[in-house]
Design a protein. Structure first.
Lengths: 118, 107
């Protein structure tokens, strides 16, 4: 079955760290650019970060720059440091073939919930 | 960063209505604009990419148009399963940015 599966979410205190993972099944993850997109409770979608197919390039939203690092091996990771309450939300990973075709952001994971609260 | 202004933020419509949602970019993004549909508790679903290319399997009542800074998502005849929140996304330049969303509710 072709799917992306996120994991690593949880309840953490402000100022702490968390590492999210995005794993693929049914297709080759290294054939795809991978994005992280989040959604705060009751709010809209926010693009967070992206990593190239070979892992050599990364880009971040201003809201997480300097606090988050995206990386990959056979899994894509989002290392989140100095977490803030406003980082609370569901984190999705989504695939991107690197060019515009039917597969572009066609597949998202089910999401992993991060709650930052004291 | 490119700002995406989506309007309206919410609307009430009836089954069979023609619905139009607009996204304006703060600078030109060519046709690097996608539309997503999200139902409560569900993962967003891509409807349209490259401003006007319909994802396979998406009903033809959905259409997208525009280029540059102004884009439109049109639902030609609203169906019960279309009541959801719709988002635009510019993917011309990192950081990518979403519109604020349009919630389409039943009148």
């Amino acid at each position: 079955q072709v799917q992306l599966v996120e994991s690593g979410g949880g309840v953490v205190q402000p100022g702490t760290s968390l590492r999210l993972s995005c794993a693929a099944s049914g297709f080759t993850l290294s054939d795809y650019v991978i994005h992280w997109i989040r959604q705060a409770p009751g709010k809209g979608l926010e693009w967070v970060a992206v990593i190239s197919k070979d892992g050599s390039r990364q880009y971040y939203a201003d809201s997480v720059k300097g606090r988050c690092t995206i990386s990959r091996d056979n899994t894509v990771y989002l290392q989140m440091n100095s977490l803030r309450p406003e980082d609370t939300g569901v984190y999705y990973c989504a695939r991107d073939p690197g060019h515009l075709d039917e597969r572009w952001l066609d597949l998202w994971g089910q999401g992993t919930l991060v709650t930052v609260s004291s | 960063d490119i700002q995406m202004t989506q309007s309206p933020s919410a609307m009430s419509a009836s089954v069979g209505d023609r619905v139009t949602i607009t996204c304006r970019a703060s600078q030109g993004i060519s046709n690097y604009l996608a539309w997503f549909q999200q139902k409560p508790g569900k993962v967003p679903k891509r409807l349209i990419y490259a401003a006007s290319s319909l994802q396979s399997g998406v009903p033809s009542r959905f259409s997208g148009s525009g280029s540059g800074t102004e884009f439109t998502l049109t639902i030609s005849s609203l169906q019960p399963e279309d009541f959801a929140t719709y988002y635009c996304l510019q993917h011309n330049t990192y950081p990518w940015t979403f519109g604020q969303g349009t919630k389409v509710e039943i009148k």
